[in-house]
Design a protein around this ligand. Structure first.
Ligand SMILES: C[S@@+](CC[C@H](N)C(=O)[O-])C[C@H]1O[C@@H](n2cnc3c(N)ncnc32)[C@H](O)[C@@H]1O
Length: 310
């Protein structure tokens, strides 16, 4: 299957990174290499390190970026290990890092990866198929309380309690194996009146299970400060998020890196000694234009935030 994915907020991200032709850059979510292609295009003596944990993305990006030869290095790993991997090969700092979070359209459109409720497939949802935890294991082995917490916190679904209960009842008869089996269970847990109004009843639960399966929020939380620390002065970290939970993490992390002082407001001078690591480039997140949303529906919920290292 062809790797199809339209890069979101492309020009805005390239502008945000403020690319220097001789700079060193890292794309932590290479995907099909869409953003990376245009970063590499702007480099002369600079270098781009592209990371993705998905084997298909690595394959697609390797082909797409082959024209840049040794200006690009591709590494299959989780971006949480990105800085450590670059240190291992002697890199001492970067001028820009980008993350374009979530899954690619290719991953969503490849039914057998089990990411979508629109196709019947085994429950999988792993971005990295070397990992053992799958969506099937989550659905069949997590306790009712754990499932409730995940669907409530990561899916923000008002019916989380009932969905978790229905999953646990259904799996007593037989293991829940496929996306369509899970769809039926979720459907039965949401009142018909509500189902008629909202989007697809499975949308939130599938998002929640995917986030849990790939530990998406923990990975993001554990990466931001280390990435900023690895930037050269004036270097930029650009992050595109697609849902409010991720955006909240980025917003909070950037704000506390900009102003880490923990002194009470009534103290005239800072005594905590915590120094700012830089500034948010824009006060508000950058959003896609109407035109972009028209062309690429997936961009609708995208938000770009950029941090500049002092
Ligand atoms: C939205 S796509 C990126 C698309 C890319 N910017 C482009 O324009 O082609 C997200 C990619 O990030 C990868 N990914 C998500 N979380 C990751 C993580 N923690 N570590 C490594 N790769 C990750 C996914 O496998 C997917 O290929």
């Amino acid at each position: 299957m062809e790797f199809k994915h339209v890069s979101v907020l492309l020009e805005e991200t390239l502008d945000g990174l403020n690319i220097k032709p001789d700079g060193l850059y890292m794309d932590g979510t290479l995907g099909g290499g869409g953003h990376s292609f245009h970063i590499a295009e702007r480099l002369t003596s600079g270098h781009l390190y592209g990371i993705d944990q998905d084997a298909d993305a690595i394959q697609a990006a390797s082909e797409r970026l082959a024209c840049y030869g040794d200006k690009v290095t591709i590494i299959r790993d989780n971006y949480v290990n990105g800085v450590a991997r670059l240190k291992e090969i002697g890199v001492t700092g970067l001028d820009g890092i980008m993350l374009d979070l979530g899954v690619s359209s290719y991953q969503l459109d490849t039914a057998e990866r089990g990411f979508t409720y629109k196709e019947d497939a085994p429950l999988d949802m792993r971005m990295d198929n070397r990992q053992s935890l799958t969506a099937k294991e989550i659905v069949n082995t997590y306790s009712e309380t754990e499932l409730f917490r995940i669907i409530r916190d990561y899916g923000e679904d008002n019916f989380a309690k009932n969905i978790a209960k229905h999953i646990c009842i259904a799996r007593q008869d037989k293991e829940i194996e496929t996306t369509f089996e899970l769809n039926e269970i979720i459907k039965a847990a949401i009142p018909a009146k509500i189902r008629a109004k909202g989007g697809h009843p499975s949308k939130r639960t599938f998002q929640a299970i995917r986030i849990e399966c790939n530990k998406e929020l923990d990975v993001l939380k554990n990466s931001i400060e280390e990435m900023v620390d690895f930037l050269n002065p004036g270097g930029r970290l650009a992050i595109i998020t697609f849902q409010s939970l991720e955006d909240r993490i980025v917003k909070k992390a950037f704000a506390s890196l900009q102003n880490p002082c923990t002194c009470p407001p009534n103290i005239p001078i800072c005594v905590c000694g915590k120094k700012s690591k830089g500034n948010c480039v824009n006060r508000k997140p950058i959003l896609p234009t109407e035109e972009e949303i028209e062309i690429n529906k997936r961009s609708k919920s995208a938000k770009l935030r950029v941090f500049e290292k002092a």
